[in-house]
Design a protein around this ligand. Sequence first.
Ligand code: NAD
Length: 252
Amino acid sequence: MRLENRVALITGASRGIGRAIAREMAMEGASVAVNYFDDSQGVNRSDADRVVGELEKIGPGAIKVGADVSDFGMAAGMVEEVLSRFGRIDILVNNAGINRDATLKNLDRQAWDDVLAVNLTGVFNCTKAVIGFMSEARRGRIINTSSVMGQAGGFGISNYAASKAGIIGFTKSVAREVASKGITVNAIAPGFIETGMLSSIPEKVRESLLKQIPAGRWGRAEEIGRLAVFLASEDAAYITGQVVGINGGYYM
Ligand SMILES: NC(=O)c1ccc[n+]([C@@H]2O[C@H](COP(=O)([O-])OP(=O)(O)OC[C@H]3O[C@@H](n4cnc5c(N)ncnc54)[C@H](O)[C@@H]3O)[C@@H](O)[C@H]2O)c1
């Protein structure tokens, strides 16, 4: 198993791509901390409980840790909690993300701020919180979830695309800073993956998008999970500061 004795903290892991990454990492022997953001209905908390139950069956151990990644103090507290429960963090997957789509004409300040706060500041907050521990351990893997939209842009998503492009600059800069400490920092740039986020796109738009994907199908969350496992493994020790596209040929 490629991630035996490793501890992974995965943000936004109560569903979608985060859940799939958690499952793939647990199958490869990692203990997993499932971060979730509790909404007012407690929806994500019960999802996180379900994911922890699944992971306990397939891997060595799992816990849930609630935190809004856009909150600096909460992100730091989450990392402290994982360190106190598991003793270390070898892998951080910054996966939590939201979209509030609108053309620039209709995009309000709140939608801009919210998306940047979760998608970009959230990556900063969690990375900042783990970097001290990883530097001392002289080992670590940080995997940030960008998007093909951060590479190519897209109609009606300037806030989302800006946040995902920002992740790329952040990834490359931090990769340079920590490479000598045995820490790699890479970004995954998924194309269109079958999750709740994809189903929020109107049917007509989805039909036209599908025609533009050379592979002729949507991506699967497990495919992102297996890429994350590879980047977290010893096999990827010499890969850092990279943006790995996984998009069926939509963007080359
Ligand atoms: N689905 C796609 O096609 C696609 C494509 C490219 C990139 N991505 C990116 O992949 C990541 C996962 O997306 P998904 O499709 O699984 O979406 P999703 O909406 O199913 O999952 C997003 C997760 O992030 C969590 N989250 C939201 N705000 C949070 C916060 N403030 N703090 C902590 N967690 C928070 C949600 O609770 C949820 O668990 C996102 O960063 C997204 O931008 C998705």
